[in-house]
Design a protein around this ligand. Structure first.
Ligand SMILES: [Zn+2]
Length: 115
């Protein structure tokens, strides 16, 4: 299944391939503020449909995760990082995916504050 995701204004859009079986809600300092629900996929399953430069990059803490946000509307649709094995991953904010039933996606709560 391919999902289309985007920011609010459409300057940042992408396609994600995979089965959305769950998402993670995290209570770390940035996730709490964004309210994002995250779905982690290998970067090969992620295709940007708009120029990379349309999204700004926010770094904090150890700078291990690149939080990408639309320079125009400010929405944070995805982030870039690596899994513990070093594989390049994308963390998709599923609130930015089109045509999904958010209420039907099982959400796991992650304690990112104590990590
Ligand atoms: Zn935008």
């Amino acid at each position: 299944m391919t999902y289309r995701g985007s920011c609010h204004c459409g300057q940042v859009a992408f396609d994600v391939e995979g089965e959305l079986t769950g998402a993670m809600a995290c209570n770390c300092s940035i996730c709490q503020r964004k309210g994002s629900l995250l779905w982690f996929v290998p970067s090969a399953q992620f295709t940007l449909a708009t120029p990379d430069g349309n999204a700004g990059t926010y770094l904090f803490n150890k700078h291990l995760i690149r939080h990408r946000f639309c320079r125009t509307c400010g929405i944070h649709p995805y982030a870039e990082g690596r899994d513990p094995k070093g594989n390049e991953m994308r963390a998709i904010n599923i609130r930015c995916l089109e045509g999904i039933d958010l209420e039907a996606v099982p959400v796991t709560h992650f304690d990112g504050r104590s990590k």
